[in-house]
Design a protein around this ligand. Sequence first.
Ligand code: FAD
Length: 291
Amino acid sequence: MKLTELFDKNKLSLSFEVFPPKTDTAFESVKQATEEIAKLRPSFMSVTYGAGGGTSKYTLDIAKNIKERYGVATLAHLTCVSSTKETVKQRIADMKEAGIENVMALRGDLTPQLEASDRSHWAYRHAVDLIRDLKESGADFCIGGACYPEIHPESANQKEDIKYLKEKADAGCSFLTTQMFFDNNLLYNFLYKIREAGITVPIIPGIMPITNANQVERAVKLSGSFMPQRFKSLVDKFGSSPAAMKQAGIAYATDQIIDLFANGITNVHVYSMNKPDVAEKIQSNLSDILG
Ligand code: FAD
């Protein structure tokens, strides 16, 4: 089913993100974790894609398994940076064959080698190039794109970032999922600006439950997200106690989701990172709100 048909306008609905294994050996344990998450019956599950393409087959295998065994709609991620037209054409054909209906079209992160390389001959420089090819492929995909309430780290400023975001929406994105953020006010401010810029597609906020102190540094490095003092105090207080940190991180994420819903946002994506216990806890914390 197309995700746009699943987005609820009244009730709170949660979707969960998982990532595929990097090796054959890890496949079974990852598959099991994703199945545990699927049993929670989220509105959909997204399956990430390794930027180097190493996990492309696993992305489709995991997405297909969730959909076929549990009837949960899936969103398969696809990146394009450093790919050739032929590779992307093949990936699109593989997705069609696997029955994928929803694709998250991404550029992918630039590795230091890619940063240093000559980009003039690249077939794909930005996600918008992939979105256009997906549209032209003849497959009737529902396409999503990424957006950044705190601007993409490579962007000079928010105005420029939003200009390119509009280009992605106009090229055929049916929805946009945000990078993680820890201060909801940043999202509300962003929503105001993008609506003013004429971007009308649904925005799905992405919430990352931080469940251990080591994750904090990685998350900030990856996303450039601002850490509110309230969150920093929580890490200071509970960071050295894994169980307490996990409970506090889940409570913080739950609180963010409640605030989003109270402010009119009904579809929230949780970066559940192959952790069924975290997904389950967030869902049970919200049981009466989810209805
Ligand atoms: P783009 O939309 O291409 O934007 C990248 C930068 O280029 C921005 O600064 C933008 O303003 C600028 N830009 C865009 N278009 C133009 C243009 N036409 N001209 C000039 N500048 C332009 N990575 C993975 O490897 N696998 C995943 O599965 C994955 N899933 C993700 C899911 C979400 C929800 C998010 C937020 C990120 C995800 N990422 C994933 C990370 C993502 O690949 C990186 O954030 C990457 O650096 C940018 O990807 P993008 O699709 O937003 O790129």
